[in-house]
Ligand binder design. Structure first.
Ligand code: MRU
Length: 367
């Protein structure tokens, strides 16, 4: 995607061939800054502090984190230590575990002196695969948006999204936003209702930023506004991303997603989830078993923003000493999901739907 006419991915290798560069998402939308990752600890901190976030980007960063770690210790113990450290950074997005498994597969049989090169090569390939996967998600989702536009005689299609599942959450393109970018680029009139997504405000700070940079019309709304807009027939479809989807189609995504799915069902509005293969947890058949991240209560009791004089400030918005709970994700049961948009096509949110697209995961076949 382009920022001020320059193409960026969210993560890339610098010219020295070893340093990894990321966009510091904690600074957006007020400053566009990049940060260098040189060690395993840098990569783990970037994931934990949400300088990078979004399931596919967390996986890509973890992959490079392994490469950075092996530069200092390419032994089996070094590889184990790197994977253990990175796996502990955030619990919900399965892409993290997927990427670490991929790295282990690519490295474990290599002689020690070839491990660093093998790790960088696999991490780069994971990034390239993510871009191509998301481009395809965009193509498959485009058909759905075009069908809505045709049904409306070319009037603009209003899409509600939650959190940030755009290019900032992946290496490029995004998942939920990929079809929206494709539709916009094809000349289909689209408009996005952007949930602010408390407490970290990924919608307000990231989705609004990237849609604006691409020229896609959007309106920022308070998280509680979606149901009202749906009742007023101002939403044609909802598209969200996911951090982990079970083999039976239950969807973990940013807290508040479930409430949007309930409102969509009550108003007969399609509720679509865009996801790459690396977000499916084939080992789980029950969404209630997905680990839900609980974060610092301060994210709920405080908000960060820019003051009129340009300084960035974090302010308390609750009584001093308030207790607060901060659940990062919720699970939307498959029955509330109209369909999945994947790199292999669009499919019902059921085990059958998923295994039709991914027959290699049919029961009885090797995963
Ligand atoms: O806590 P975050 O910002 O990492 O949560 C991100 C989301 O919930 C996204 O919707 C999800 O990762 C899908 S990203 C393509």
């Amino acid at each position: 995607m382009n920022i001020d006419g320059k193409h960026y991915r969210t993560i890339w290798l610098k010219d020295d061939g070893s340093t990894v560069e990321i966009i510091d998402q904690t600074k957006l939308p007020f400053a566009f800054e990049t940060v260098s990752l040189r060690t395993l600890e840098d990569a783990a901190r970037a994931i934990q502090s949400m300088q990078v976030r979004g399931a596919p980007l967390i996986g890509a960063t973890a992959a490079y984190g392994v490469a950075l770690a092996l530069r200092h210790d390419a032994s089996d113990e070094g590889l184990d230590r790197a994977c253990t450290t990175l796996a502990a950074t955030r619990p919900t997005a399965i892409n993290l575990r997927w990427a670490l498994d991929e790295m282990r597969k690519a490295i474990r049989n290599q002689p020690r002196d070839k491990r660093v090169a093998a790790a960088y090569a696999r991490a780069a390939a994971i990034c390239d695969e993510d871009v191509e996967t998301n481009r395809r998600i965009g193509e498959h989702g485009l058909g759905l948006i075009r069908a809505h536009a045709d049904k409306k005689g070319g009037a603009r299609v209003n899409i509600l999204t939650h959190c940030n599942a755009g290019w900032l959450a992946t290496v490029d393109w995004g998942t939920a936003l990929a079809p929206i970018y494709r539709a916009h680029d094809e000349g289909i009139a689209v408009h996005v209702w952007v949930d602010e997504t408390r407490p970290r405000n990924q919608g307000a700070s990231l989705t609004a930023f990237e849609l604006g940079a691409h020229g896609v019309p959007y309106t920022l709304i308070a998280d509680n506004a979606g149901g009202h807009l749906m009742q007023k027939k101002l939403v044609d479809l909802c598209i969200v991303g996911t951090d982990r989807t079970t083999a039976t189609g239950d969807v973990a995504n940013k807290i508040g997603t479930y409430l949007k799915a309930l409102a969509a069902r009550d108003n007969d509005i399609p509720f679509l989830v865009a996801l790459p293969y690396s977000t499916i947890d084939w080992s789980l058949t029950d969404g209630s078993l997905i680990p839900i991240e609980e974060r610092d209560a301060a994210e709920v009791t405080r908000m960060t923003g820019r003051l009129d004089d340009g300084t960035i400030a974090t302010v308390l918005i609750a009584p001093e000493g308030s207790r607060a709970a901060n659940y990062g994700f919720d699970v939307t049961p498959a029955r509330l999901v109209t369909g999945f948009i994947t790199e292999r096509g669009v499919t019902p949110a059921t085990r059958d739907g998923l295994t039709t697209l991914y027959p290699e995961h049919r029961k009885g076949q090797a995963a």
